[in-house]
Write a protein that binds this ligand. Structure first.
Ligand code: SLL
Length: 163
């Protein structure tokens, strides 16, 4: 196949984690969750404003901490849905995300790293308490990123630009 010379296509996306402490009122602990688990959390890759990104991203592998059962999770594309994993736990750690592009792109997978944050940091106890009250203690750690496709192959260029 031929590449489209001199062309660079960029697509914005977001990846990161969202965590919430278990709380009787705002986030009750489901049955079966171990006693030592303090939070529910999500790690995700998605489009900005939930726009679909499955026309260029076909799979995400999330490598979680080895203490978690089945710690390597593979999420295949479902149009319009974010790539995400929901879990519960007690500790913070670094997650490895491996992005697999649609086959038409001939792009190699890309690896990203994201620290799972459960606790707000760099704040006084009073500020933390205010955060807990205001937003049910939700701790977000998100990265806005731009995917760059350099001189894409012609069929992939068609896919990228026919939205
Ligand atoms: C720490 N270095 O010691 C980190 C490790 C691991 C967190 C954190 C286990 C959950 C499960 C879990 O939360 N591990 O048992 O499914 O803080």
């Amino acid at each position: 196949g031929k590449r489209v010379k001199g062309v660079q296509i960029t697509r914005p996306f977001i990846y990161g984690t969202t965590a919430r402490p278990f709380d009787e009122k705002t986030n009750p602990k489901p049955a079966g969750v171990p006693d030592d688990h303090t939070h529910s959390w999500t790690v995700f890759v998605k489009g900005v404003d939930d726009t679909d990104i499955t026309y260029w991203l076909r799979r995400v592998q999330f490598k979680l901490h080895e203490s978690i059962p089945n710690h390597v999770r593979v999420v295949e594309a479902e149009p319009g849905k974010p790539f995400e994993v929901h879990e519960t736990g007690w500790g913070e750690f670094e997650i490895t995300l491996k992005l697999y592009y649609v086959s038409e792109s001939s792009e190699k997978p890309q690896t990203l790293y994201q620290f799972l944050r459960l606790h707000p940091y760099g704040r006084t106890e009073e500020e933390k308490e205010a955060m807990r009250l205001q937003q049910s203690g939700e701790v977000i750690s998100w990265v806005y990123e731009e995917q760059i496709f350099n001189e894409p192959y012609e069929p992939f260029y068609e896919i990228l630009t026919s939205g």
